[in-house]
Design a protein around this ligand. Sequence first.
Ligand code: 3H9
Length: 698
Amino acid sequence: MVVDNAAVNYTIRDGVAVITLNNPPVNGLGLSTRTGIVEGLARANSDAAVTAIVITGAGKAFSGGADITEFNTPKATQEPTLHTVIKEVEKSVKPVVAAIHSVAMGGGLELALGAHYRVAAPGAQIALPEVKLGILPGAGGTQRLPRAIGLEPALNMIVSGAPVPSEKLAKSGLFDAMIEGDLLTEAVAFARKAADKQGPHPLVRNRKIEHANAEGFLQFSRNTVGAMSKNYPAPVKCIDAIAAGVKEGFEKGLAFERDCFVELVQTPESRALRHAFFGERAASKIPDVPSSTPVRDIQKVAVIGAGTMGGGITMNFLNAGVPVTLLETKQEALDRGLATIRKNYEAQVKKGKLTQEKAEARMALISPTLSYDDLKQADLIIEAVFEELGVKEQVFKRLDEVAKQGAILASNTSTLDVDKIAAFTKRPQDVVGLHFFSPANVMKLLEVVRGKDTAKDVLATVMQVAKKIRKTAVVSGVCDGFIGNRMIEQYVRQALYMLEEGALPAQVDRAIEKFGFAMGPFRMSDLAGNDIGWAIRKRRYQEKPDLKYSKIADRLCETGRFGQKTGAGWYDYKAGERNALPSKLVDDMIVAYSKEAGVERRKISDDEIVERLVFALVNEGAKILEEGIASKASDIDMVYLTGYGFPLWRGGPMLYADTVGLYNVARSIRRYAAQPNGDAWEIAQSLADKADNGGTFN
Ligand code: 3H9
């Protein structure tokens, strides 16, 4: 017999009712799924022919938890809530067995914890990952998990949100049986046996939490976790909820947990983290490239250039088990590149992050070469040579001669025109930009630059490759600087203007770091090398002679202060140290510059610094959206969260602007436009329109 609710199937097997969650992609516990479970339980309990109940999930998950898209909508609180569902499970007179496979996370695990028995297949990912969304398990997880597996392991799982493979939990008290064979068959057999036992069937809520010094442990955890999660309220709340259950018992703990959930789900931090969760997934979808687009087979990769970038790019593929042919022009450069890669792996071995064997296996995947002929077999070729159009021209013309038909030819350019690069070949459809960020083996972001002729299957393929090498890939159209660097230019422009007007580097950096950026613009520039920005500005002065830019950074560069690498930049550095020490010399130079420029220096508040830096990003981001360079605001946010150190808990510049209110953003921009140096503030039309209409970017 089969009775279907939209998101739940109900069948009977050997006298056991099988309630199968069927809400793809991950059996999220949305309203219809919850309703289906409650209906299934009622049906099974009123059917005399049914002796027991199994709850399981169809497809690739038991359940990925509450349906996050329902949060802060009426559906989230509509009955039956997950609390009600779990109560009904616990109340069931006939034993309920949760049959877990693939994924049991968040509310999915909480549902299973309400069941009388749990059986699991090996290899399932078990987690309470709510903390990663800025919330806490809100359907009893903080109360039942410590009762199931013990206080310390439960607290670790809840506070980290990290998944644990089911086999590692085999003896934890969470599962009644691990099942190697067919999960459903064995779960039904288990349920039939359970039905033979005299009731009442066991409930996790009735177990005791045993710990020699629970109070001491919880206080210690609170201190440690509190110090590590400064801008995130959820982790400490998790501990508070666990502590409430330990101290005051299950029911009071549950009520406290519920209150904390309601509070946290409305915080800007949770909104930001959920935005990042969906933003990451949305970034992989390109509006006019359907998921059914065929992809090219990428087995062999080649990288041209064994410098810092080329080496880092190579490591990504080695780490994913993909062989790489690494090309250089001179043996010496090739040897140096290989030695650096080896050194990086050795460092990981030393830290215990990698075994020596694995390091050797990865090194063995490199085929070093000095000959373009060795690139003939490569399916994907990425160049990371000197950032100069003439050099790229030579490389791509040569590639056009040697690369096999259908090979993808990628440039790691960060500023050059990908269409011009594509035009050096007779196959522009196969050319794409793959802009990695330094250090390329570490940074998550990959800007995929779509040329005007780039084929859709090339895009679909590189997005898949990005996933394989664990990058967050965001598609950008062709423009100067693409998404990330085009925006950062406006941010840096404001930072320099503020020096001219009255601020000093340390104040600017301090203000924006307090806002949450990993590093302020001047410390960042000293790290990257001030000469890099100088070279770009020199090009700009020629290309856009009308663009006004403070010359203060050029002054600094003229004195040879290129940053950490020269031991002096915006800051002073002691030999061998990276601490940025405010420089009297530079500060005097800045003050003198203002005087020369006829600017009367004024006190600039930290609030103004933050607004001008962040709104400069937002305004340029809006223009990037208008021009279709980015297809959605969340793509811009992902670029900034994964590549530019924007604070995750603020969700990226565009979400931050939405949070502040676009009316307020536009008002500030117009105010700055009326001040000296206001020419940098031409407001984006779309931003102005949204501000007028009460719109948002996200
Ligand atoms: C919770 O449970 C609260 C409770 O404690 C209390 C309630 C009162 N909801 O990651 P993928 C979508 S909070 C809605 O690419 P994978 C995802 O957006 C929840 N949608 O697949 C994507 O959609 P699309 C606690 C969800 O195989 C698609 O599924 N749970 C949810 O690499 C595929 O996702 C979590 O935090 C959801 N819960 O990984 C788990 N989950 O195709 C979060 C996924 O349109 N999820 N989607 O882009 C994950 O960690 C991974 O998705 C998972 C699968 C490991 C499950």
